[in-house]
Design a protein around this ligand. Structure first.
Ligand SMILES: [Zn+2]
Length: 413
C-alpha cells in the first residue's frame, strides 16, 4: 500500500490491485500530438496461479507490460494512467498472460468511466467536439464510441398504434419519423418523406397480417400521407392531432383579428388596444364573463368577455368567427364528434379565413371526427421533434444525414 494510493480514490477508481508509484506532469506523444499530461504511474499486480490457456497451476511471474490508459481528469491537464501490468509465463504450455482490471477493457486504452461520460454528454445533445474536449479524447474516438453503443434493432415489431410526423434534417430535407403511440419508442426514421419511400419501407418490412393489426395512426393534416395509408394499413383509423386542428382555427381567428386591427385609424382607442394587446383573449375557449381584472395595454378593470364585446363592435364578423372557434374547440376537447360535425355542416360562410379552415376540416372528415372521439395525440412525437431540433441547434446542424440519425437514436432510442 503506497501513500499515493488515495490519488485513485479521489479519481473514483478505488481498485485494490492497482498501486500508485508516482504522480507528476510530463509530456507524452510525438509531433503535433505531443501534449502535457497529468501522469499517474502505477503497478497492477495480484497473486495468480492458474493459467487461463491450459488450466494448470503453473504460472510464474514474467516481467511487466507497460500500458497507457486515459482516465477522467480532475485538473486542467488530461490525465494519463501509466499502468504497468504484471505478466506471467506458464511453465506447462509456455504461453503468457497479463493482469486484468475492471478499470478498462482488455487491450483498450480508454477507461470505462470515460466511455460512460461520453454517452451521458451525448444524451445532453452536445456536439462531438465538445464531448471530446470535456473527456480529453479525440472527436473520432467519441464518434466511434457512440456508434458502438447503438442498439441495432434490425426490424422492430410493428406497434398497433403509430404516430407519424416529419422534421427538417440535413440540407433542408424533410425526414419522416414514426414512433409507437403507447411506449413512445422509435419505430423508424426515414431520410425523406416521399410517399413512395414510406410505403416501400412498411411494405418491405412488415407482413400483411402485421400491417392489418395496426389500429390507429395519429398525424397532422398532411394530405399526402392519407393517400396511401389505407393501402398499407387496411384496418387503421386515421386520427388528426387535436393540437393541429386548434392551431388551424386559431390561425383563422388571428387573421381576422389582424385585418380588423388594420382597418382602425385611431391607434389609441379602446377597441384598437384590446385587439392589439389582448390577442390571447381571442384564443380562449371560455372567456370569463364574471370576474373583472386589470388589463395591461387597456389600463382598466374589465372582464374578459367584456373586453371581447368591445372588440366585436369594430367588426361583427370577428364575433361570429370567435364564436365558431369556441364552439368547435368545445366539441373537439369535450370529445363530442357528433356536435363537431353538426357545427361543420351548418357553418355559414363569413367570407373570412375561417371559411378556408372549415373547408380543410371538412375535407378531413374521418380524421377530425376520430380526433374528437379519441384521447390519442401526437404530443409524444412533438416532444421528440423538439429534442431533435435542440440537438441540431446545439451541434450547429449536421452535414451527414446518417450521422445525424445516429445522434437522434442516441437521445431517443
Ligand atoms: Zn498454460
Amino acid at each position: 500500500m503506497s501513500n499515493l494510493d488515495s490519488t485513485l480514490s479521489v479519481l473514483g477508481l478505488p481498485y485494490e490491485n492497482i498501486h500508485v508509484t508516482a504522480v507528476y506532469d510530463g509530456y507524452r506523444g510525438r509531433g503535433k500530438r505531443r501534449l502535457q499530461y497529468h501522469v499517474i504511474a502505477c503497478d497492477l499486480t495480484y497473486h495468480r496461479d492458474t493459467c487461463p490457456h491450459c488450466g494448470e497451476d503453473a504460472l510464474r511471474p514474467n516481467g511487466h507490460k507497460a500500458t497507457h490508459i486515459r482516465i477522467q481528469s480532475l485538473s486542467q491537464l488530461p490525465t494519463l494512467l501509466e499502468l504497468s501490468k504484471q505478466r506471467w509465463l506458464c511453465s506447462a504450455c509456455h504461453r503468457t498472460c497479463s493482469a486484468e482490471t475492471p478499470l478498462v477493457a482488455y487491450n483498450d486504452t480508454i477507461a470505462h468511466s470515460i466511455k460512460q461520460t461520453v454517452l451521458q454528454l451525448a444524451r445532453q445533445s452536445l456536439p462531438e467536439a465538445v464531448i471530446a474536449k470535456n473527456t480529453g479524447i479525440s472527436a473520432a474516438t467519441v464518434r466511434r464510441e457512440l456508434k458502438s453503443h447503438l442498439h441495432h434493432r434490425s426490424r422492430p415489431e410493428l406497434p398497433t398504434n403509430l404516430c407519424f410526423d416529419e422534421f427538417r434534417s440535413t440540407q433542408n430535407m424533410m425526414s419522416f419519423i414514426c414512433i409507437d403511440g403507447d411506449t413512445h419508442r422509435l419505430v423508424k426514421l426515414l431520410g425523406d418523406r416521399l410517399n413512395k419511400t414510406i410505403k416501400d419501407f412498411f411494405l418491405a418490412n412488415y407482413s400483411t397480417a402485421e400491417r392489418a393489426a395496426v389500429q390507429t395512426i395519429t398525424m397532422d393534416m398532411n394530405a399526402s400521407y392519407q393517400a396511401f395509408i389505407h393501402q398499407v394499413f387496411p384496418n387503421a383509423q386515421l386520427i388528426i392531432d387535436r393540437f393541429h386542428i386548434v392551431q388551424l382555427l386559431g390561425h383563422a381567428v388571428d387573421t381576422v383579428r389582424v385585418a380588423t386591427l388594420k382597418q382602425l385609424d385611431d391607434k389609441t382607442s379602446r377597441v384598437y388596444r384590446i385587439l392589439k394587446h389582448q390577442w390571447r383573449l381571442f384564443h380562449k375557449a371560455a372567456p370569463d364573463a364574471i370576474h373583472t381584472k386589470y388589463m395591461r395595454g387597456l389600463n382598466e378593470h374589465i372582464t374578459e368577455q367584456g373586453a371581447l364585446d368591445v372588440a366585436f363592435t369594430a367588426n361583427p364578423r370577428l364575433a361570429t368567427v370567435c364564436e365558431t372557434y369556441q364552439a368547435l374547440h368545445d366539441a373537439l376537447m369535450g370529445h363530442n364528434p357528433r356536435r363537431l360535425w353538426q357545427l361543420l355542416e351548418h357553418y355559414e360562410s363569413t367570407g373570412t379565413e375561417m371559411d378556408t379552415a372549415i373547408r380543410t376540416l371538412k375535407s378531413n372528415q374521418a380524421g377530425i371526427l376520430a380526433a374528437a372521439d379519441s384521447w390519442r395525440s401526437n404530443g409524444p412525437l412533438e416532444g421528440i421533434n423538439r429534442k431533435i431540433k435542440a440537438l441540431k441547434r446545439s451541434c450547429y446542424g449536421f452535414r451527414d444525414q446518417a450521422h445525424f440519425f445516429e445522434r437522434i437514436y442516441q437521445i431517443i432510442a
